[in-house]
Design a protein around this ligand. Structure first.
Ligand SMILES: [Fe+2]
Length: 238
């Protein structure tokens, strides 16, 4: 079974279209998304429509949950006062512009998806199994990885939230961070989609990096009233 995983799209419809079209060439059996559909770029409703129209199943991110519940804060981790201010502005913008339909979609997203493929138990969630805003970076100790896997008795764990793709294998378990479609954070501005090919013999992972029209989205960010800060972040892939 070959799946294509769309992590953290964050309102970037151009990146999503490019990622989807490219992944389609590899003929995946199914697409999944990992939530965080709005924020940072202005096309939150277009992103939701795209996923709904193609019946792409996915899980709820912390941003989706906070928007759907009309919270005061997005639950995003920040490093300084500027980041905090920017996160607050983007969150307020998204809450104002999100349609009722998109909000209902976000509200009803499941926290997790589980299935079995070729005898492997696969588990998808946004950030970690039981906390959707905890950053699970590659450098966490192996014990953390194994504790997470034990919580769901899973063999293949697929998640996002950090916007930095990686795969790590420990004790015959595969831990796959799918990266971010719409706001990559690893210094590479190209969109990212993870292709996970599960066969009886192996679990193969490929992170496709796909160029898209960053300037078109950067211009839309500025036109929308979102801070220029986010346009620059898209250009830098940070
Ligand atoms: Fe997130």
């Amino acid at each position: 079974m070959k799946i294509a995983v769309l992590g953290d799209i964050h309102g970037n419809i151009e990146a999503l279209k490019a990622a989807y079209d490219t992944a389609m060439f590899l003929k995946p059996d199914k697409f999944y998304h990992l939530g965080d559909l709005g924020g940072y770029a202005p096309f939150v409703n277009e992103v939701v429509d795209f996923l709904v129209n193609r019946r792409i199943e996915g899980v709820q991110g912390n941003f989706d949950e906070a928007v759907a519940d009309n919270r005061e804060h997005c639950g995003c981790e920040v490093e300084d006062a500027l980041q905090e201010e920017m996160a607050n502005v983007s969150f307020a913008w998204t809450k104002y512009y999100v349609s009722f339909r998109s909000k209902s979609y976000m509200k009803n997203l499941p926290a997790e998806i589980k299935f079995t493929a070729e005898g492997n138990k696969v588990w998808l969630f946004h950030a970690t199994p039981h906390r959707n805003n905890l950053y699970w970076h590659e450098d966490r100790p192996d014990t953390f990885f194994l504790e997470m896997a034990e919580q769901g008795d899973a063999d293949i764990l697929i998640y996002g939230h950090t916007h930095k793709p990686y795969r790590k294998d420990i004790n015959m378990k595969a831990f796959i961070n799918a990266g971010s479609v719409g706001k990559p954070g690893d210094g590479d501005p190209r969109s990212c989609v993870a292709i996970v090919d599960i066969t009886p013999q192996a679990v193969k992972t490929e992170f496709l990096r796909i160029p898209y029209d960053v300037e078109k989205v950067a211009a839309a960010v500025i036109r929308s009233g979102l801070p220029n800060y986010f346009a620059e972040k898209l250009r830098q892939g940070t």
